[in-house]
Design a protein around this ligand. Structure first.
Ligand code: ZN
Length: 173
């Protein structure tokens, strides 16, 4: 296993739609192992493959409290086939530096995906777990949570991001 670098907004792959996985081989197992290790080290509750610069439909999630972690949910080629209700809550992202915002999500979802062996998974999710799945699926579709905010909030976020970037550039020079 190896730690991978997590890319941050505005890195272009975060805006790209990822490709379905077709080979359920050792390379996929290695990718997932690296993603799980990288997610735990960050630390985060979820990670999508394009966040480590791999354009494939793979996401890993573990919302368990710290001392109970170690049994991650692995979703290959996931889709939300139905969503119901709505909930607004604070979200952040490993690919969005120093920024959180309230985001509206379905409170309950029905998910179709495959596991590491390529077998079909079908399940329902609610509450925080449903929120994290929706956040990771957004990544796989080229979206970050900021894209779900109002135009005003997005503009403020972009200004802030530019300012942060200028400070980094100045620190470098
Ligand atoms: Zn994220």
């Amino acid at each position: 296993m190896a730690l991978r670098e997590i890319v941050t907004d505005p890195f272009p792959i975060l805006k790209e739609t990822t490709r379905p996985v077709t080979e359920f081989d050792d390379n996929l197992k290695k990718l997932v192992a690296d993603m799980v290790e990288t997610m735990y080290a960050a630390p985060g509750v979820g990670l999508a493959a394009n966040q480590i610069n791999i354009p494939l439909q793979v996401a890993v999630i573990d919302i368990a409290p710290k001392e109970q972690k170690g049994d991650p949910v692995v979703l290959i080629n996931p889709k939300i086939i139905k969503g119901e209700g709505e909930e607004v809550d604070e979200e952040g992202c490993l690919s969005v530096t120093d920024y959180t915002a309230k985001v509206k999500r379905f409170s309950k979802i029905w998910v179709e995906a495959q596991n590491l062996e390529g077998q079909p998974l079908n399940f329902e999710a609610e509450g925080f777990f449903a929120r994290v799945i929706q956040h990771e699926l957004d990544h796989l579709n080229g979206k970050i949570f900021v894209d779900r905010l109002s135009t005003l909030k997005r503009t403020m976020y972009k200004k802030r991001r530019k300012k942060l970037q200028r400070q980094l550039d100045e620190a470098d020079s």
